[in-house]
Ligand binder design. Structure first.
Ligand SMILES: *[C@@H]1O[C@H](CO)[C@@H](O)[C@H](O)[C@H]1NC(C)=O
Ligand SMILES: *[C@@H]1O[C@H](CO)[C@@H](O)[C@H](O)[C@H]1NC(C)=O
Ligand SMILES: *[C@@H]1O[C@H](CO)[C@@H](O)[C@H](O)[C@H]1NC(C)=O
Ligand SMILES: *[C@@H]1O[C@H](CO)[C@@H](O)[C@H](O)[C@H]1NC(C)=O
Ligand SMILES: *[C@@H]1O[C@H](CO)[C@@H](O)[C@H](O)[C@H]1NC(C)=O
Ligand SMILES: *[C@@H]1O[C@H](CO)[C@@H](O)[C@H](O)[C@H]1NC(C)=O
Ligand SMILES: *[C@@H]1O[C@H](CO)[C@@H](O)[C@H](O)[C@H]1NC(C)=O
Ligand SMILES: *[C@@H]1O[C@H](CO)[C@@H](O)[C@H](O)[C@H]1NC(C)=O
Ligand SMILES: *[C@@H]1O[C@H](CO)[C@@H](O)[C@H](O)[C@H]1NC(C)=O
Ligand SMILES: *[C@@H]1O[C@H](CO)[C@@H](O)[C@H](O)[C@H]1NC(C)=O
Ligand SMILES: *[C@@H]1O[C@H](CO)[C@@H](O)[C@H](O)[C@H]1NC(C)=O
Ligand SMILES: *[C@@H]1O[C@H](CO)[C@@H](O)[C@H](O)[C@H]1NC(C)=O
Length: 722
């Protein structure tokens, strides 16, 4: 440890402007800021890791939306898990306190005002660690709320403190999808729960208690589950502003979830105990019109009369285009009448993403979408038809979250290659930056947009009628007329992108500040450039994208005079790891001094060790036993004879989508063939390295490797030897 810290101190002492792994990992991490109903302040949480203390600290701050001044909110982040503004008030709050004195393992709800947070009142004691609070203020004055929790098959929320653990540790399954991401499946599933806080001078949890809304939905293949694991969150469900209706997404109950991505949007009446009904299920008008894929982001209009949501067409293609829809909703008897189903973004060749936010006049809908390597905000009038193509309302950064202020300005939380957090207000197209972490945090001193640029190059697929995009990041202390070795970074997905966004894991500025020029192209399969480019990856894993990368390398060699391609390195994670292995298998591999593969496939035949069968069935054009599927064609392990470039292999034990046998066999083969190589594995990390100490080790060892092979710096003696 001392060794790594010494390096940070030395850099600070010389005043060098560069972001090191230590600085990256110990920078303040700020969350999205959420404005109060009156638009006076916005609340955000933050955390910061200290390598000296070997622990993180956390807090909750307010930013004044007039002055940008930041102050402590007075809420104790060790006790307060989540805060929601109380609808109908100026600055009222309701929050989840992570402790419960009556029920160990439970949580409590408290109501107060951000102006005097320490005078809050306890209003409800909940018997499990619920999260994801959403609240509506009803005309009766009662508050309706939704939260979610893991639940037993009988519908009761799981409280880990009182959970009965079986005496054996066997896991027995009779259908596929036995584990996912980093978790083995049990009989329990997440569910949305509804509760009412009765207004009676103060508030109290109504006698109906907490009601599991997923319980009671019939299924033949897949149990209902909301949020959809592992990445689902409170955007998977919504409560109408008048508190009368709720909506959530859950996977198609009649389809095996290893094979399909389809999910439906369920709506129900809050007052009714009747099970909710999916309006875009298999027999719906939408399904019959071919819209059968995953749905998401249900969001009620301000007048509670409409619901917006997004959906994909294909029922097993996770990277199909997300399209925006609306329906009219109204309570009818004990159920919900749904009518007037309508497509708003049919003519917009981008993925519509959340947050979905209705304008206060109920006449238009804000969304986000990735567009040319940035995530931008767009607005759709509810009258939009397929001829409508919106203009972006934000430009050069990537939006993390946003809100609409009372005066209809947008309050935006964004990031970029040069900043982890920027809070700004956009009024009539004019941006007023309230806060930019890079201008404040000492760890980020010297970062700026001057290191970022982009270029376009020709793709390889003759049917593609656009050029391909690439991001370039220079070192913070870049000196003109000097050359820097190439760091060629290949993104994951393959349906993903190298974008103008901050990352705590693959922070391209941190790579550049090792003394490289990072070139991060967006080849075939990339998102944000139109669906044709994304879709063209199917059956082509080692095809068009590989040839695109060859074109990108040639472009760099011919056009970027400050890039030293002779001493270049290539690196990638996930699909980027697969592609790095494919580069090793092909001629492009000989152009690099070394390679780095993080959790990538090395043997396509082994891909059925994953549980996301929908993914490989789609991307390889069929199952492994189908002769014309693309597994053999693009298998790196069919080209072992070519493997000769030194390679660093990372593969983590908790990565269940890409089992670590892929990394082990890659390393074993490299070693057996005498190719210089190292193997790094974290037993307590999944597809991502999230823990700061692990991440520091990851960065230190990878950077040691690339600095050695590219620049001749000494290799360290860290590895566990013979
Ligand atoms: C915050 O809460 C924690 C846990 O209850 C407690 O130990 C700590 O003293 C509190 N801090 C302040 C400033 O009140
Ligand atoms: C709920 O809304 C009503 C107006 O509809 C308002 O009088 C009341 O104060 C609100 N309650 C809360 C807790 O905000
Ligand atoms: C959280 O709840 C505990 C009791 O479980 C209480 O002592 C503490 O003051 C509460 N903190 C806040 C911020 O509500
Ligand atoms: C509540 O907080 C305010 C301002 O932070 C402080 O002046 C006051 O003494 C606190 N009250 C209690 C009961 O802790
Ligand atoms: C549901 O099942 C759990 C676990 O077996 C049990 O502890 C709980 O009491 C059950 N709830 C009801 C309402 O039966
Ligand atoms: C309102 O609160 C009072 C005092 O706690 C209680 O006696 C009364 O039953 C409550 N009324 C309702 C409708 O809950
Ligand atoms: C679920 O199936 C049972 C038995 O077929 C039926 O009685 C019930 O109405 C169904 N519930 C829903 C919500 O469809
Ligand atoms: C899996 O999904 C594919 C594509 O929708 C379908 O052709 C196939 O029949 C499905 N297999 C099973 C076992 O459901
Ligand atoms: C939109 O809905 C809100 C909330 O019900 C209502 O106050 C407002 O009048 C509606 N606006 C229009 C233009 O209908
Ligand atoms: C984005 O910012 C960079 C760096 O300031 C600048 O060179 C570029 O022109 C900007 N691009 C757009 C689309 O505004
Ligand atoms: C890129 O494509 C354009 C249009 O087809 C062509 O004119 C140009 O020569 C190509 N550039 C290179 C470097 O191949
Ligand atoms: C870089 O090289 C160009 C062309 O030789 C020269 O005009 C320029 O002054 C040089 N810049 C620096 C900072 O040395």
């Amino acid at each position: 440890m001392a060794r790594y810290l010494g390096l940070a101190t030395a850099l600070a002492a010389t005043g060098a402007l560069a972001i090191t792994p230590e600085l990256l990992l110990s920078t303040v991490r700020r969350g999205a800021a959420d404005p109060s109903p009156d638009g006076s302040v916005a609340l955000f949480s933050y955390s910061q890791y200290s390598f000296e203390e070997e622990s993180s600290s956390a807090g909750m701050n307010l930013i004044d939306l007039k002055t940008g001044e930041i102050s402590d909110s007075g809420l104790n982040a060790s006790e307060v898990n989540e805060v929601v503004w109380l609808p109908g008030t100026d600055t009222g709050i309701i929050y989840i306190n992570g402790t419960n004195e009556e029920i160990p393992g439970g949580v409590t709800l408290w109501i107060g005002d951000i102006k005097s947070p320490n005078t809050s009142t306890l209003v409800a004691s909940l018997d499990a660690p619920y999260t994801g609070l959403k609240v509506a203020n009803t005309s009766s004055g009662d508050l309706h709320f939704l939260v979610n929790s893991l639940a037993y098959p009988n519908g009761t929320a799981v409280n880990p403190e009182t959970e009965v653990v079986p005496l054996h540790q066997g896991r027995l399954y009779s259908s596929i999808y036995v584990r996912h991401w980093d978790t083995w499946l049990t009989k329990n599933r997440y569910a949305v729960f509804a509760g009412t806080l009765s207004a009676n001078n103060s508030y109290a949890l109504a006698g109906t208690g907490m009601r599991n809304l997923n319980h009671g939905i019939n299924f033949t293949a897949t149990q209902p589950e909301t949020p959809i694991q592992p990445f689902g969150d409170l955007s998977d469900y919504d409560l109408s502003p008048d508190g009368s209706l709720y909506a959530f997404v859950s996977k198609a109950p009649q389809l095996n979830k290893a094979n399909y991505t389809a999910s439906y949007t369920y709506v129900g009446s809050f007052a009714s105990s009747e099970a909710p009904v999916a309006f875009n299920g298999p027999d719906s008008e939408a399904a019959k019109a071919g819209h059968q894929g995953a749905s998401g982001q249900p969001s009620f209009s301000a007048d509670s009369c409409k619901l917006a949501y997004v959906q994909q067409d294909e029922d097993y293609y996770e990277s199909d285009r997300w399209i925006l829809y609306t329906v009219d909703v109204a309570a009818e008897g004990s159920g919900v009448a749904v009518s007037n189903w309508k497509t708003l973004s049919a003519g917009f060749d981008r993925w519509v993403q959340g947050p979905i936010i209705w304008a206060e006049d109920n006449e238009s809908i804000y969304v986000t979408a990735e567009d040319y390597a940035r995530i931008k905000v767009f607005n759709f009038p509810i009258t939009a038809d397929e001829s409508f193509s919106p203009e972006p309302l934000t430009s050069n950064t990537s939006v993390t979250s946003y809100a609409v202020l009372p005066d209809s300005s947008l309050f935006v939380t964004a990031s970029a290659i040069w900043t982890p957090t920027e809070y700004s207000i956009i009024t009539d197209g004019t941006k007023n930056t309230l806060f930019d972490a890079s201008t404040v945090d000492p760890n980020l001193a010297g970062l700026g947009a001057h290191t970022f640029s982009e270029f376009f190059f020709n793709g390889s697929n003759p049917e593609l009628d656009q050029q391909l995009h690439s991001v370039v990041i220079k070192p913070t202390d870049y000196v003109e007329n000097k050359t820097y070795p190439l760091a060629f970074v290949i993104h994951g997905g393959p349906q993903g992108s190298n974008a103008n966004v901050w990352s705590n894991r693959w922070n391209l500025q941190t790579w550049a500040d090792q003394g490289f020029i990072v070139v991060a192209p967006n080849p075939t399969g990339s998102t944000g450039f139109g669906q044709f480019l994304t879709d063209s990856i199917q059956g082509q894993w080692g095809g068009w994208p590989y040839l695109d990368l060859v074109n990108a390398w040639n472009y760099i060699d011919e056009n970027l005079a400050d890039v030293d391609t002779e001493h270049g390195i290539a690196a990638g994670a996930s699909y980027g790891g697969y592609m790095t292995n494919w580069v090793q298998s092909n001629d492009l591999g000989r152009k690099f001094k070394c390679l780095v593969t993080h959790d990538g496939i090395s043997n396509t035949e082994g891909a059925w060790g994953t549980e996301e069968l929908w993914f490989i069935r789609h991307d390889y054009n069929g199952s492994i036993w189908e002769a014309d599927a693309a597994y053999q064609k693009w298998n790196p392990q069919n080209h072992i004879a070519n493997w000769s470039t030194p390679q660093f292999v990372v593969h983590n034990s908790l990565d269940y989508r890409l089992p670590e046998s892929d990394g082990l066999s890659l390393f074993n083969i490299l070693q057996a063939r005498g190719v210089p190589s190292r193997f790094l594995s974290f037993p307590n990390e999944n597809h991502w390295v999230l823990k700061q100490q692990n991440s520091l080790f990851w960065h230190t060892e990878i950077f040691n490797w690339i600095n050695h092979w590219s620049k001749g710096e000494p290799l360290d003696d860290s590895p566990i030897g013979n």
